[in-house]
Design a protein around this ligand. Structure first.
Ligand code: CUA
Length: 365
């Protein structure tokens, strides 16, 4: 008997340790993916609904638990007490505990349904459309009205309804007959400070509106398991004042500046030739270099991060990456998803050539 109790207590203690850590993690004040700190009107509406429903649920919890605890204490067995009166059925009570929860559910349903319809509404004023493409394992953004594209870091102007059309494609895989690209796998686009999750589903285009109040960088990630590097499929939304955003767009629209001499010029020759980079990457201004298997690299250095927003863009990281991409982010290039190790396949790049390629990449402002 005593041993059984001791074992149970020990198990409880073991279970309590992770529970305490999970609880403490919820106290972090600087968590960038905190969905309870909205930074835009869409996230705010969702936040209001959440707190309303949470409030109702908390009241119900306190009421029910309070009644249970009060009953247990008041009517507990004491020596000498007779058995309580035995009751079978109580119409008033039964009606009460059926009708009150039903009314509560109706009360919660109305704001929920109104919010769902409100969020699904197509914005009409001050709208910027962006096509989002989930790849294994990075995000591509194309701005159909601006004629530009970028990867992993999406720039948006503040106080603008950014209407996202969410697609999933795998240009590295063979496409079905009549299709431009192979259908991708399911992903979920999620930037907690700006909006809730929206699934990205093969064969259909889901919509999501996001909007940011202030300039800033908001972090998010893929929220639907999509195989090997799901956890590395991060993203950033960089919100800018309209003038800064316009300047960014103008820069993104420019073609590549071909370096005149030095390692960078050698790197450019490699990039567009022997190293076969343009077979997968877009380089604006280079004839035929518009592939979408990997990110558009024309303005690579204008980004803060690369490889699914995992690594800071530094010459050292780029060098390491080209030497062995799958070591920094697990991928399956042999199956058409991810960047191959070009030191061991295809062009079999040398250290000198990789240095030249990085020197070229560094010029891509
Ligand atoms: Cu894409 Cu998980």
């Amino acid at each position: 008997m005593r041993r059984g109790l001791g074992g149970r207590l020990r198990r409880l203690r073991v279970a309590a340790v992770p529970a305490v850590f999970v609880f403490l993690a919820s106290c972090a004040s600087n968590a960038p993916q905190d969905s309870l700190k909205p930074h835009g009107p869409v996230a705010r509406k969702e936040d209001h609904l959440f707190f309303f429903v949470f409030g109702v649920a908390t009241l119900v919890f306190i009421l029910v638990q309070g009644l249970i605890i009060a009953t247990v204490i008041r009517h507990r067995h004491r020596p000498g007490r007779p058995d309580p009166i035995q009751v079978h059925g109580n119409t008033k009570l039964e009606l009460g505990w059926t009708v009150i929860p039903a009314l509560l559910l109706v009360g919660v349903a109305f704001p929920t349904i109104f919010t769902i319809f409100d969020l699904a509404k197509e914005p009409t004023k001050n709208v910027l459309p962006v096509d989002v493409y989930g790849h294994m394992w990075w995000w591509e953004y194309r701005y159909p009205t601006l004629g530009i594209s970028t990867a992993n870091e999406m720039h948006i102007p503040t106080k603008t309804a950014v209407r996202l059309s969410l697609h999933t494609i795998e240009p590295g895989l063979p496409a079905a007959k009549g299709e431009e690209f192979a259908a991708g796998v399911i992903h979920s686009f999620w930037i907690p400070p700006l909006a809730g999750k929206q699934d990205v589903v093969p064969g259909r285009v889901n919509k999501l509106t996001i909007s940011a109040d202030e300039p800033g960088t908001y972090k998010g990630q893929c929220a639907e398991y999509c195989n090997l590097s799901h956890a590395n499929m991060r993203l950033r939304v960089i919100s800018q004042e309209q003038s800064d955003f316009n300047a960014w767009v103008a820069q993104q629209a420019k073609p590549v500046q071909v370096p005149a001499s030095g390692d960078a010029a050698e790197g450019y020759k490699l990039f567009t030739g022997r190293a076969t980079c343009v077979a997968c990457h877009t380089m604006q201004g280079v004839q035929g270099a518009s592939a979408r298997v990997g990110p558009n690299l024309t303005h690579l250095m204008g980004r803060e991060t690369f490889a699914g927003a995992m690594y800071d863009i530094t010459p050292e990281n780029l060098n390491r990456w080209i030497h062995n991409p799958s070591k920094m982010k697990p991928m399956r290039p042999e199956q058409g998803t991810g960047m191959p190790n070009l030191t061991q396949t295809g062009p079999h790049l040398t250290d000198t050539e990789i240095n030249q390629l990085v020197a070229f990449l560094e010029t891509l402002k």
